[in-house]
Design a protein around this ligand. Structure first.
Ligand code: NAI
Ligand code: MN
Length: 337
């Protein structure tokens, strides 16, 4: 089979590999499509602290089950499934409280173990979720990115009273905007980014107002417009954002962060406690695939609005370079296998 492998940082190849055999309780998927994510780019360039090399990348993928391991019903062969990249032990403390995404033994497909940029991939059977026929092929590839939004929203509990501020109109900000609009029906959504084209995408995904913060002080701009966000999602993830979010937040607001920077940022107890702000963090997803599949079936979200490019897997280098360099014109880039 052909697999897209990062052998060592900056050395990405399409190589011939042995088709893997599913182990006990695993299934094998013949991959049809996979989405490129920022974290694939980070692994490519050696900037992901969790990645081990060589690594077949890709964690946003779907296809058809074509083989099953011991203890899995052969009737599953032929199922159209999407893979949840979060492989967890099932018995540690976080797993026992429904947080497998931060399992003590966490293995993320495409990061810690081989991923979905490959003609075939194996994974635990419980990580494969049937994709109903009502969800088309492109949308199926978008399920995983929306699980990230589903996870952070589950932490923040958005309601129709919320004025939401979303930092960043990249794929993660935009999936969050669509969820806040279509699923939770928040009162107002403001999106801030530095790229005009991406802000336009935010409008198309359901933002009510957009703010380009390249040349303005966001805190002043919000006050001038009478906006006091009650719910803030940081999907831009620069270390300077959390202090600013605390400053602009309404009393009793919730803030959700999802960044992995190791740079410190300066926040004060007073800033947080005086407004009794709740700060949540969100990593990957904890069993949110069924929820997102439901959202898509009910047409609460519009994944197609985020898909800007398609490539055959043979063009992976071109596709990843475009995704990395053309942020103004790219959102989700999908590969076909
Ligand atoms: P992206 O790089 O495509 O989008 C980030 C956007 O934020 C860009 O449009 C950029 O112009 C904007 N931006 C950067 N600094 C800004 C600032 N100071 N103010 C306003 N806008 C600013 O990235 P993507 O794929 O949307 O992911 C966003 C972040 O989420 C990344 O840092 C990524 O590492 C993180 N992430 C976290 C996950 C988790 O589970 N916790 C999962 C996936 C991504
Ligand atoms: Mn991703």
């Amino acid at each position: 089979m052909k697999s897209i492998t990062v052998r060592t940082p900056n050395d990405l190849v399409i190589e011939e590999r042995q088709i893997p055999k599913p182990k006990k309780n695993e299934v094998r998927i013949r991959v049809v499509s996979a989405g490129i994510c920022g974290s694939d780019i980070h692994i490519w360039h050696g900037h992901n602290p969790f990645a081990k090399y060589p690594r077949v990348i890709g964690h946003e993928f779907w296809g058809y089950i074509d083989a099953v391991g011991e203890d899995i019903d052969e009737k599953r062969i032929g199922e159209r499934v999407v893979g949840d990249p979060v492989v967890s032990c099932g018995s540690c403390y976080p797993c026992s409280v429904g947080r497998p995404n931060v399992c003590a033994e966490l293995q993320v497909i495409g990061v810690h173990r081989d991923g979905g940029f490959s003609e075939y991939v194996t994974l635990p059977a419980k990580n494969s979720h049937v994709v109903p026929a009502a969800i088309n092929d492109d949308d199926a590839t978008m399920i995983e990115p929306f699980t990230i939004a589903a996870n952070i929203c589950s932490q923040l509990n958005p309601t129709s009273h919320d004025v939401a501020l979303v930092y960043g109109a990249g794929p993660m900000g935009l999936t969050s905007v669509q969820a806040l609009r279509g699923v939770y029906g928040v009162k107002e959504i403001i999106v801030v980014d530095r790229l005009e084209e991406r802000l336009q995408m935010a409008m198309e995904s359901g933002a009510d107002r957009i703010i380009n913060n390249t040349h303005l002080d966001l805190a002043e701009a919000l006050v001038a417009r009478g906006i006091y966000p009650t719910l803030i999602i940081d999907a831009a993830c620069h270390p300077s954002i959390l202090p600013e979010a605390i400053k602009v937040a309404s009393p009793a607001a919730r803030i959700g962060i999802m960044g992995f920077s190791s740079e410190p940022c300066i926040i004060s107890q007073q800033g947080i406690t005086s407004k009794e702000i709740s700060i949540f963090s969100s990593r990957l997803n904890s069993n949110r695939f069924p929820l997102v599949i439901e959202w898509m079936q009910e047409r609460k979200i519009q994944p197609e609005k985020l898909i800007t490019h398609h490539f055959g897997y043979q063009q992976v280098v071109e596709a990843m370079a475009l995704f990395e360099k053309e942020q103004r014109h790219c959102c989700k880039v999908l590969l076909t296998f």
